[in-house]
Structure formats: structure tokens, C-alpha cells
Design a protein around this ligand. Structure first.
Ligand code: ADP
Length: 232
């Protein structure tokens, strides 16, 4: 199995109160799957994504990625692993406001595989003709497409998406989902999406739901819809 999460636990301390957010989460992800992680607000979806992406540390359990357990890895090794293997997109696009579209992608390109041309990446997300524009000249959907370009510039094996359509109108959300679908088809990237939007589950191969700190549902979707067919 490409990703194996086993008995993952994470608690946060707020003052004297210790809250157990993940109480033993286990599931597997196949290479090239789109996995959607659902669950109520505050159930720990982002926490789980951050642990899998090596951005936060688990209290116990394991997260094996292609055979390597990232729990307990040194920060130095983890940051190298993260740089080479993962891409991230978030609800808000985190673009650098005084760099143009091309430069925003170029910044990340320096970090990884140089074999992909920035113009080709911008073309893939439909932003080539806007490459000289600055973030404040773009709509939210366009900014998200640039952030996707930035995330895939290093050709990551896994693309983590935290509420990728959360701040977008219906049409822009579909555009972004179509870009994600296209990356999945053409590069066979494993895509892990945290969302409130149950409709996104319809375009994924695998759905898990986090509830009360554990996996309350783990199912495969045998009728995957295309991004253009998904409705909410
Ligand atoms: P979800 O993504 O499902 O909405 P989160 O993973 O963001 O849930 O948060 C789960 C719980 O963990 C929330 O109660 C949140 O307040 C808490 N939490 C998340 N990150 C931290 C942190 N760094 N420090 C303290 N509490 C946190």
C-alpha cells in the first residue's frame, strides 16, 4: 500500500486542558487514488492532513509513505522528504503579493524537479496568458489555479488539498476541481482532499470520515463522477 496510517494519535494542550483530537486513526491509500477526508468541523481533518504532510508531529502511531514511516523522522529528514514528495494547496492561496504569476510558481520550482517548464505548468492550469499579472489582479479561482501550479511545480507524488474550494464561488470551484482532476489523470498524482463539501467525495475513489477522533467510515467509490458532473 502506498500510504499506511496506523493507530495515529494526536492531542493538543490548551492551557491545562488536553484535548485528544485523533484517538487512533487507521486507513490505507493506494497510489494514484483521490482520497476525500470528510467530517464535522473541528473533527481533526486538517490535523490529520498536517500530520500526513509532515507539517505537525504525531504523539504516536505511524504514517508510512511508500514504505517510509514519517512519524519520528528528524526535522531535517522530514523537510527533505516533504520537499521532494509533497505539494500543498489551501483554502486561501498564500501567493506572494509582490511576485507575478510566473514568479510565484518559479519560487517553488527552485526547490524541486527542474524538468518541468513553468510555462507548461501554467498552461496546464489555464493561467499561461496571465503569467505577468500580480495576485491582486486575479479572481479567487485564478489565484487558486496559480497555487495549484506552484504545488505541482515540483512534480509531487502526493498533493494535499485543505478545503481547496472553500473560498470559491460555484463556477470557480468547478474550474479548480477540473484542474485537480486533470493533474490526477495526467500525472497519476495521489490526491488527498480535506473538505466540508460532500459533493467532492463523488469525484474521489476513496472516502473516509473522521468522527470523534476515529475513522467512522472508510469506503471506496465504484461510481466516480467527473469534476464537471459533481453538483452541490
Ligand atoms: P477540522 O479540520 O476537522 O475542522 P482541525 O484539525 O482544524 O479540525 O481541528 C481539530 C481540533 O483541534 C479543533 O478543536 C482545534 O481547535 C484543535 N487544534 C487544531 N490545531 C491546534 C493547535 N495547533 N493547537 C491547539 N489546538 C488545535
Amino acid at each position: 500500500m502506498f500510504i499506511e496510517v496506523k493507530n495515529l494519535k494526536k492531542a493538543y494542550k490548551n492551557g491545562k486542558v488536553q484535548s485528544e483530537i485523533l484517538k487512533g486513526v487507521s486507513f490505507d491509500v493506494k497510489a494514484g487514488e483521490i482520497l476525500t477526508i470528510l467530517g464535522p468541523s473541528g473533527s481533526g481533518k486538517s490535523t490529520l492532513l498536517n500530520l500526513m504532510g509532515g507539517l505537525d508531529t504525531a504523539d504516536s502511531g505511524s504514517i508510512k509513505i511508500d514504505g517510509t514511516d514519517i512519524v519520528g523522522m528528524s526535522e531535517k529528514d522530514l523537510s527533505k522528504f516533504r520537499r521532494n514528495t509533497f505539494g500543498f494547496i489551501y483554502q486561501f492561496y498564500n501567493l506572494v503579493s509582490d511576485l507575478n504569476v510566473y514568479e510565484n510558481v518559479e519560487v517553488c520550482h527552485w526547490l524541486g524537479d527542474k524538468s518541468i517548464k513553468i510555462d507548461d505548468i501554467l498552461d496546464r492550469v489555464g493561467m499561461a496568458e496571465h503569467k505577468k499579472k500580480f495576485p491582486d489582479e486575479l479572481s479567487g479561482g485564478m489565484q487558486q489555479r496559480v497555487s495549484i501550479a506552484r504545488a505541482i511545480a515540483k512534480n509531487p507524488k502526493i498533493l494535499f488539498c485543505d478545503e481547496p474550494t472553500g473560498a470559491l464561488d460555484y463556477k470557480s470551484a468547478h474550474d479548480v476541481l477540473e484542474v485537480i482532476e486533470d493533474i490526477h489523470k495526467k500525472s497519476n498524482t495521489t490526491i488527498i482532499i480535506v473538505t466540508h463539501n460532500i459533493a467532492i467525495a463523488d469525484m474521489s475513489d476513496h472516502i473516509i470520515e473522521i468522527r470523534d477522533g476515529v475513522v467512522a467510515l472508510d469506503q471506496h467509490n465504484d461510481k466516480v463522477l467527473s469534476a464537471s458532473e459533481v453538483e452541490w
